[in-house]
Design a protein around this ligand. Structure first.
Ligand code: FE2
Length: 203
């Protein structure tokens, strides 16, 4: 990437946050309308990666990385970069809130699961490719359980938007081999690194 060779364009991300903030203020109680309006904003954001500094695009040998880029001061939404090396994948998991996933570099695959309720293992219902530029939606209303993986030979980066401070939200992972359902809180991989944008600058 890019930060060493290309000038960064922070305004692209600042504009996205400004528009997302306006959307959650006007449509925060109407999830379908909010997702319809937010999807083209995310599409514009991921059309170019010139706004994402290298420190938020850094993969790890251990696992995929999830970096917090921004959290709304009232936790109405958060924005993350997910960075995957070839072969890396999430566990089967849910979100408990609405989410949008836009692939900005490389390609990913989504395996879909249908929740069966009662703490039981979800059933796999299909899978689809997420090429660069594709955007997926999740939520308890429209389908909330999936596994995402890097489907390509290079590093993949996707930008995720969720209707909560997702790294602090208690949700669930599902172990396909044992059928176990576990609570989990994903956290973030920022370490000492602050988010790309802090709330006071966006308002
Ligand atoms: Fe997910």
């Amino acid at each position: 990437m890019t930060s060493a060779t290309k000038p960064l364009n922070p305004k692209r991300f600042e504009d996205f946050i400004r528009h997302m903030t306006a959307l959650v203020e006007s449509l925060g109680d109407d999830e379908p309308a909010l997702l319809d309006a937010a999807e083209p904003l995310l599409g514009d954001l991921i059309r170019s990666d010139d706004w994402l500094p290298e420190r938020f695009a850094r993969p790890s040998e251990q696992s995929y990385r999830q970096y917090l880029l921004y959290c709304d001061p009232m936790q109405r939404f958060s924005v993350l970069s997910f960075v995957w090396q070839p072969g890396q994948m999430t566990p089967v998991h849910d979100h408990t809130v609405w989410g949008l996933v836009g692939v900005m570099r490389g390609e990913e695959r989504c395996e879909e699961y249908v929740a069966t309720g009662g703490g039981r293992l979800p059933r796999k219902s299909g899978e689809h490719a997420l090429p660069c530029g594709a955007i997926d939606r999740v939520s308890p209303r429209i389908g909330d359980v999936h596994r995402v993986s890097n489907a390509g030979r290079g590093t993949a980066i996707s930008i995720h938007v969720y209707g909560a401070d997702i790294g602090t939200t208690t949700r669930h992972v599902f172990d396909e081999s044992t059928g176990a359902v576990k609570d989990f809180v994903s956290g973030y991989n920022n370490g000492e690194q602050a988010p790309l944008l802090v709330a006071t600058k966006a308002r």
